[in-house]
Design a protein around this ligand. Structure first.
Ligand SMILES: O=C(O)COP(=O)(O)O
Ligand SMILES: [Mg+2]
Length: 220
């Protein structure tokens, strides 16, 4: 079976608002006040918790790996407590996934969010059952850009590892697909959308309406 694997943050859903709220909770806990702005820092948020802590601690002038390690668990805890207050699925994402399923493709998720939080978010958005597989950052001993989580997401969705593609929003997704020898589709509707073309993916989409046709062209 041909399979389409999706990244989660910044691809299927705009999770930046809840991620930034969790990071700002940490900076307030450090006594420094909110450091990240939901609009201006959205692209950093979509690169994950450690990227947000790095940026905020840089602004405070107190960045260290030890401080990032110390606050990362608290960030995840705060995020899990309010995971779906601001988060929205991108326009057309559900319809595109349903169209791919109807056309006979397997669909799954490969994210660098911890698996438990990714499951919680997908459940609360009501979209978990659309996907035949879900591989998170800690599901396997390795994470993206290692190709193995992508291969495993394809296998668990019932597909063949040499007949799939990855839809994502960052250089990490591009590198994962390249390492797997599979085509990537990058979305341009997110906060870093303007930079996607420089990564030279096999395809770019500005709206999910374009995805079924692009997938058919790339993997048949
Ligand atoms: O949390 C992250 O590091 C990014 O998550 P993603 O892989 O779903 O974009
Ligand atoms: Mg992403």
């Amino acid at each position: 079976m041909r399979t389409v694997i999706f990244d989660l943050d910044g691809t299927l859903a705009d999770t930046s608002g809840d991620l930034i709220a969790a990071a700002n909770h940490c900076f307030i806990g450090m006594g420094a006040g909110a450091q990240l702005d939901p609009q201006r820092d959205a692209a950093t948020a979509l690169r994950g918790g450690r990227a947000m802590l790095t940026l905020g601690l840089d602004r405070m002038g107190t960045r260290s790996e030890a401080e990032i390690d110390r606050w990362y668990p608290e960030l995840l805890r705060a995020y899990g407590d309010a995971i779906d207050h601001h988060t929205v699925v991108y326009p057309g994402a559900i319809a595109a996934v349903e169209a791919l399923r109807s056309a006979g493709y397997g669909v799954g998720i490969c994210t660098n969010k911890p698996e438990g939080l990714a499951e919680q978010l997908l459940q609360s958005l009501g979209i978990r059952s659309l996907f035949g597989s879900m591989i998170g950052a800690d599901t396997l001993p390795v994470r993206k850009p290692d190709p193995e989580p992508l291969f495993e997401a394809i296998r668990r969705a019932g597909g063949a590892p040499d007949r799939g593609c990855l839809v994502g929003d960052t250089v990490t997704d591009r590198e994962t697909a390249r390492a797997a020898g599979l085509p990537s589709v990058l979305v341009t509707f997110g906060p870093a959308g303007g930079d996607m073309a420089t990564l030279e993916p096999e395809a770019l989409i500005g709206h999910f309406d374009e995805l079924p046709e692009v997938v058919a062209r790339l993997i048949g």
